[in-house]
Design a protein. Sequence first.
Length: 455
Amino acid sequence: MGSVWAQTALLEDGWAHDVRLDISVDGTISAIQTGVAPGGETRVGILTPAPANAHSHAFQRAMAGLTERRGPDPTDSFWTWRQLMFGYLDRLTPDHVEAIAAFVQMQMLEAGYAANVEFHYLHHRPGGAPYDNLAEMAERIAAAAALTGIGLTLLPVHYQYGGLDRRPLGPGQIRFGNDFDRFTRLHEQSVRAIALLPPDCCIGVAPHSLRAVAEEDLPRLKALANGAPFHMHLAEQVAEVDEVKAATGARPVEWALANMALDETCCFIHCTQMQPHETTGLARSRAVAGLCPITESSLGDGIFDGVRWFDAGGAIAIGSDSNIRISLSEELRTLDYSQRLRDRSRAALATPEKSTGRRLLDEAARGGARVSGRNSGAIAVGRLADMLALDADALDLIGRTGDTLLDSWIFAGDDRIVTDVWSAGRHLGTNGRHRDHEAIVAGWRRTLAELGDAL
């Protein structure tokens, strides 16, 4: 697929200079040389691994900015936001979802993400009736990925109940709902949709939450995943913790540790409501914490205990969830700042060996590879060429070297410093813009004009 030359590159074993990488037709890195002069390759300034965006609900991007007013209820929260979201999604058609997903994926790539893990639960028509093609909406997410070129990990979501008492889904949730048998058919048809994409794309399984699926179905869903990524919301809100404890006698993480077969394919999203013993236990289970710091801030979810998690050897991945703002550098910065605010400390996640920015990017890249099912996570021979380039001439990077390049990008700069991105060797963005930026934006404009200010 070509070659790339970088003035400076963050390789698996550290920083190197004058680096040439060869990329094979399967999207993996076939050779790396250091200390070589540039030739006819694509030339960039600073090259680093590009993480996967580990958790996204693409359709929610279209309602960003529409939920920042407070109504007569003085206790506005995630749960009131969710009611607004339910009302908004009833207006969305398959054409809308495809255009929104393409715009979201484009913004992810322009921010420096190489892949999109789409936690996809908008399955049916308004009113809950399935489309004639059960996997219509999944095919629209796949069609967006075919346009943008992003690496896609599609997670069809099983969502059956409105709570642990197994009450029926409410009006706002009805487009998500399936019983187990219909979900397996949906998953099977979604597999065929993903098969049309490049081979680095894959499919997993996502039970929505402990509230939304039957306990006895969790092992069957894990078996359906068959070693592929397995994601679930867990310990996101105080009300969720209270409901699970009332129904089971245990807090959500306690219940998962005692009753689920946890391994490195599991990714639990948010985990902002954990007690110290839960944080340590889940970190040691080999499951990954899927963190979405901007959304968790926006919705008032709480603060993930990152210091304790890392001390226990836990792994993380980073996602944009509601997509209210898609920014890799800001997600990483927000995660670290939340730890500083809680503990009244600085550089809370740095180590003696790695600066804050370096550790954050390393962890996001490695964890993102695991939860997306991608052979990526580092710039190394045999790994997928999931890479981003930073502008070596950016004002915030003047005079910086090594780990301070990442610190300056994440804490002093922003994603405008990202110039290029590759997903499995596909060179999808240059000079900070996706190759099909204008056409994708045009579709986004048409969609927003049709939707209007629905809230």
